[in-house]
Design a protein around this ligand. Structure first.
Ligand code: GTP
Ligand code: MG
Length: 360
């Protein structure tokens, strides 16, 4: 799972990227995108580790890509070079800045988070439009030489429909697409079709007052556009990472009314918005969390662990994390009738603990 971090200059992208990936902040000028792995902390994994005392504990991970300063004033070629680096991400985080700081200039013509979000939306729309126009042009050229296949004709019709959507200042995500259409658009990796999480970078004062300019409007836009929304205080989170003692950390978090660290909240928001869930495998050797999309079958989940397990799948032994915690151990879960065998087409639920029976 790859997530691109996109935003206007000096809005806190790298700060947030550093927090997510647990890496010291480095503001050295970068011209290239940087990709890093973030461990998704999940207290359920910690509890399972206490129960099973395995030799190894493995959390799931998300990959984040921090893009270099993206200047809307730059020429198309430079913009595309930068956007290219997040072309193949599964979701986008749009960072917008609300925090006040006299020493850090606001992005040009975008002194409110709302204006920044609007600009980013436009950049994404323009970029997708360009891709569509290029493709349509090429197909047009091609049609002069030889007749288009029926699939190509369908593509032309579809691209024209999507072009209209974009020209109306709407995301492609807003259009209903048939299964076939989805297949046709997938190679284009349209930005306006990806799940979007808006992260507002706020300051301490805004955090305490629970407000910043145009907050209501921003939330309303996110609702309308089906963007997930969250606030993070880059500065406080960065300070939080520096504190080593757990007691001090708790005190600090209390002062600002923080219950969970930014990364914990953000990975939860990303999971929910992208439609990801977690299942577990447990044992003496290893307790491990796995990420799958909602609606994944038992057999496919087995394949996530190992392709042999998918091929030779017979049944999955299933109990849910919540039941295990409630009853304390596997035997009690079984006694209460909450342990079962699931067939290949059954859907895995979040928190399921699976043991795959396979003849491989
Ligand atoms: N006061 C305050 N400053 C912040 C906050 N977040 C980031 N900054 C500062 O803002 C400046 C820019 O932060 P970066 O994280 O480098 O922003 P960026 O979006 O990656 O910047 P570019 O990659 O250059 O576009 C740095 O000096 C940060 O220390 C915040 O929440 N509050
Ligand atoms: Mg940066």
């Amino acid at each position: 799972m790859k997530i691109g971090i996109f935003g206007l200059p000096l809005t806190g992208k790298t700060t947030i990227f550093s927090l997510l990936t647990n890496k010291p902040y480095d503001n050295a000028y970068k011209n290239e995108a940087e990709e890093r792995v973030a461990i998704v902390r999940d207290e359920r994994v910690d509890k399972l580790t206490q129960l099973y005392k395995p030799k190894k504990t493995i959390y799931t991970t998300l990959n984040f890509i921090d893009i270099p300063s993206y200047d809307p004033q730059a020429d198309r070629k430079e913009k595309n070079r930068i956007l290219q680096t997040i072309q193949n991400v599964d979701a986008l985080i749009l960072v917008v800045r609300a925090f006040k700081s006299p020493s850090i200039p606001w992005p040009e013509r975008a002194e409110t988070p709302l204006k920044q979000l609007d600009l980013l939306r436009t950049e994404m729309i323009v970029r997708d439009l360009e891709i569509i126009e290029n493709k349509l042009e090429r197909l047009e050229e091609q049609s002069k030489k030889k007749k288009l296949t029926s699939e190509e004709k369908a593509l032309v019709a579809l691209l024209n429909k999507l072009k209209e959507t974009l020209e109306n200042n709407e995301f492609i995500a807003k259009t209903e697409l048939s299964e076939l259409e989805k297949k046709l658009v997938s190679p284009f990796a349209f930005f306006t079709l990806k799940p979007v999480v808006v992260v507002v970078n706020i300051d301490e004062e805004q955090m305490k007052s629970n407000d910043y300019p145009m907050k209501k409007d921003l939330i309303e836009i996110c609702r309308r556009e089906n963007f997930a929304y969250m606030e993070i205080c880059g500065k406080i989170e960065a300070d939080l990472v520096e504190i080593e003692s757990t007691d001090e950390k708790e005190l600090f978090m209390k002062e600002f009314g923080i219950e969970k660290s930014g990364i914990d909240r953000l990975s939860k928001v990303v999971y929910d918005h992208v439609g990801l869930i977690t299942f577990f495998t447990v044992g003496e050797d290893e307790v491990r969390a796995w990420t799958i999309t909602k609606g994944t079958t038992m057999k496919k989940a087995a394949g996530k662990i190992h392709s042999d397990l998918e091929r030779g799948f017979i049944k999955a032994e299933v109990m849910n994390y919540a039941d295990l915690i409630r009853f304390g151990n596997e035997t009690e879960v079984k006694k209460n009738g909450l342990w079962r065998l699931a067939g290949k087409d059954e859907i895995v639920k979040d928190g399921d603990i699976l043991t795959i029976r396979s003849n491989a």
